[in-house]
Design a protein. Structure first.
Length: 377
């Protein structure tokens, strides 16, 4: 028998979450963001749940090829554009749309030979200062692109640094709107946080961006993590976990007061208690920094970790679940029947975000697709 640990991807949850995001901007087209191997879920596994999107957005050319190999004929967008001139040949061949964020990428396009004009997303740096043209030079970049025979439609795009909290999106949005006011073309603003918090019914004040975004770009929310946790959780946004990480108890220990558990004797029992040793450790992608008290579901019942997480094992309190023993299932994040343990709670205990945990699911963990939700879109 293989080591009893398993990740499960839930296509029905992906479908549901994408639909939830769309409700905030019903007239917009939606990219499914599948960079980083679909946030650790696996592009091929996530595809069934996300194929109802209007396009797939990602970073790596080989990931674009994989989406085409799955039979996707619709739009694919490279969110960072091309990295060198010959990437443009693959864009021509696979019909990829690509972001243009710097002059060097325009130079490459100007030298590119193609029969079919490329669809490009021209990125504005409206304040985040990672990628894009500042508002003052944005129009010049647009004009340069517009003059190229290699370029067809130009979509105007920006990305927010603070859509998940304060100061919010208003200042960046104002800069974007002012600098693009009389430019033609579709617009794309809005990651998950911007879509959920600043579009549709949830939008506060005058910052409903839905009208200004022909394409939304929800990533993390489609995978069932709240972009603004702990201010809001997945229940608030109506999102469901798209990944469950579960393992089984492989040993039980009966502790007496004063007994310690694991490396560093980081947990000491104050009373007699049973603990379960679970076949999941930091080499599986469970954060080592999670302290005693990090929530787990044992047989669907909420309990907590005790002591330090080791490479291949972690230990949990069995007192809330007297019936649990060797072989009982422990959900580290995700769903156990109707019980849900949002990945955001574990990420928060580790001082990080759900994104990092999903993306760091270790190679050695076997991953299955939840057959119940794998039907057509
Ligand atoms: C990753 C990414 C997104 C999605 O962000 P989430 O916070 O996961 O919703 C949107 N737009 C761009 C440009 C990105 O790189």
């Amino acid at each position: 028998m293989p080591r009893p640990i398993q990740a499960t991807i839930h296509p029905d949850a992906l479908r549901h979450n994408l639909a939830r995001c769309r409700q905030h901007a019903p007239d917009a087209k939606a990219w499914a963001i599948v960079k980083a191997n679909a946030y650790g879920h696996g592009i091929e596994r996530a595809y069934a749940g996300l194929r109802g999107a209007d396009g797939f957005a990602l970073l790596d050319l080989d990931e674009a090829q994989r989406i085409r190999d799955l039979g996707w004929r619709g739009p694919i967008l490279l969110l960072e554009g091309v990295f060198e001139a010959r990437d443009l040949e693959l864009c021509s061949r696979l019909g990829l749309w690509h972001t243009v964020h710097c002059d060097e990428q325009i130079d490459m396009l100007a030298l590119h030979k193609t029969h079919v004009p490329h669809r490009v997303f021209l990125k504005m740096n409206s304040g985040m200062n990672r990628l894009g043209f500042t508002p003052t030079v944005y129009r010049a970049a647009w004009s340069r692109l517009d003059a190229l025979t290699q370029v067809g439609e130009i979509t105007l795009m920006t990305h927010f640094s603070d859509a998940d909290g304060s100061p919010g999106v208003a200042a960046q949005m104002a800069r974007f709107l002012a600098a693009t006011e009389d430019l033609p073309g579709e617009r794309s603003v809005g990651n998950s946080a911007a879509t959920l918090r600043h579009m549709g019914a949830a939008a506060s004040g005058g910052d409903n961006l839905a009208a200004a975004s022909d394409w939304i770009r929800p990533g993390i929310a489609t995978y069932g993590s709240a972009p603004d946790y702990p201010e809001h959780d997945v229940a608030h946004w109506g999102l469901r976990p798209a990944m469950t990480l579960a393992a089984r108890i492989i040993a039980v220990q009966q502790l007496q007061p004063g007994d310690s558990v694991g490396y560093g004797s980081a947990f000491v029992a104050e009373r007699p208690m049973r603990i379960g040793v679970v076949a999941c450790g930091y080499a599986d992608g469970y954060p080592r920094v999670c302290p005693t008290g990090t929530p787990v579901l044992v047989g669907g019942v909420r309990s907590r970790t005790v002591g330090r997480v080791s490479m291949d094992m972690l230990t949990v309190d069995l007192d809330p679940v007297p019936g649990a023993g060797v072989g009982s299932e422990v959900v580290l994040w995700g769903a156990a029947g109707d019980a849900v343990l949002p990945i955001d709670e574990i990420a928060h205990a580790a001082g990080t975000v759900g994104y990092e945990l999903m993306c760091a699911l270790a190679q050695r963990v076997p991953v299955q697709v939840d057959a119940a939700g794998a039907g057509s879109a």
